[in-house]
Design a protein around this ligand. Structure first.
Ligand code: GTS
Length: 234
């Protein structure tokens, strides 16, 4: 299922580059947004190997993203846009019919809030746990680790899951009645949780049922990270 408008001609969109790590939870957020908008054919993916620390090289941080993270959208004029939310907003605006980031002021405000909350309370917390409470990207890349901070963030992420479970008991999608960027952000959080083997608490039935529904969406279930998770035997 895609949310782009019927009369939108994606072939008119200039080619873009995405600096990408195909199975990363954050890059997967942008991959889902691209699929929702029907824009995959307009993108050339450029692999940046996180485990080799390519995202921390001065060239990458200087030319593409000062923060040294993925994904980064690079436009045909060389403009680089980092941050999944900013990239999603850009993609959503391309067809003049934003749906992932909301159309009305109220929708925009609520979606932005819930997406930010999903980052703060869940996805970013799991990410900190990965980098500080596990071997993360390995000793060559993880030059500073604070395990206590990592474990606190793991516990925060579990609280975040309980929060989103309560949200999804009351409404079908994270920001209300329609699929949005906020759902994509929570999906990113649960992908990262699965990668670090942090199970969703059994009592979070609404969150689990919502996630099962999300995985049925073509834009979500077709992402390479799910094949990687399914093929993992550790
Ligand atoms: N706030 C950023 C965003 O929303 O884009 C965070 C991006 C981020 O942390 N990306 C991860 C990264 O580059 C990619 S992944 O973990 O999903 O694969 N991590 C590398 C690092 O060293 O932090």
């Amino acid at each position: 299922m895609t949310s782009h408008t019927v009369d939108f001609d994606a072939t008119q969109v200039p080619m873009m580059k995405i600096h990408d790590f195909p199975t990363g939870p954050y890059p997967t957020r942008v991959r889902i947004a691209l699929a929702e908008k029907g824009l995959q054919s307009r993108v050339q993916f450029v692999m940046v190997d996180l485990y080799k620390g390519e995202h921390k090289k001065p060239e990458f941080m200087g030319d593409k993203n000062y923060s040294g993270t993925l994904p980064v959208l690079e436009l045909d004029d060389g403009t680089c846009i980092a941050e999944c939310t900013a990239i999603t907003e850009y993609l959503d605006a391309l067809d003049g019919a934003p749906t992932l980031t909301g159309s009305t002021p109220r929708e925009k405000g609520v979606i932005h809030m819930m997406s930010k909350r999903a980052e703060l309370e869940l996805l970013d917390a799991v990410s900190v746990y990965f980098h500080h409470g596990t071997p993360g990207l390995g000793p060559n890349v993880e030059t500073y680790q604070n395990p206590e901070w990592g474990f606190r963030q793991r516990d925060k992420a579990l609280r975040g899951m309980r929060y989103f479970d309560a949200v999804l008991k009351a409404q079908p999608y994270v920001a209300g009645e329609a699929f949005s960027m906020a759902d994509i952000t929570v999906i990113g959080g649960l992908i990262f949780a699965a990668l670090v083997k942090l199970p969703v608490p059994a009592e979070c039935e609404a969150l689990q049922a919502w996630y099962a529904r999300m995985l049925e969406r073509e834009s979500v279930g077709s992402q390479p990270v799910f094949a990687a998770l399914a093929g993992r035997h550790d």
